[in-house]
Unconditional design. Structure first.
Length: 113
């Protein structure tokens, strides 16, 4: 089992930026895929971005060109840089790792003027 803790969420104006971080309680070296998901009220949880332990990133179409995922296996962290935020990006963002199918508790991102 691995414990994941997200941070970095908050309230930001449209067009602004946030950087989310996910800290793992143990090495993520064996986690092939680390991902960020989000869930807006009344909607299903959806994949935002993922990254393999080889550094290959995958993005949902609605964030391409705006968000960047990165991982640092030495620090057991996965980050999500979010730029040009839109009101429709408002959601709870969750970190996930695939080796133990672990989820974090989520961090709220609200984009509003």
């Amino acid at each position: 089992q691995v414990h994941l803790v997200e941070s970095g969420g908050g309230l930001v104006q449209p067009g602004g930026s946030l950087r989310l971080s996910c800290a793992a309680s143990r090495s993520i070296f064996l986690s092939f895929v680390m991902g960020w998901y989000r869930q807006a009220p009344g909607k299903q949880r959806e994949l935002v971005a993922s990254i393999t332990n080889g550094g290959r990133a995958n993005y949902a179409g609605f964030v391409k060109g705006r968000f960047t995922i990165s991982r640092d296996d030495a620090k057991n962290t996965v980050n999500l840089q979010m730029n040009s935020l839109k009101p429709e990006d408002t959601a709870v963002y969750y970190c996930h790792e695939d080796a133990y199918n672990s989820w974090g508790q989520g961090t709220q991102v609200t984009v509003s003027s």
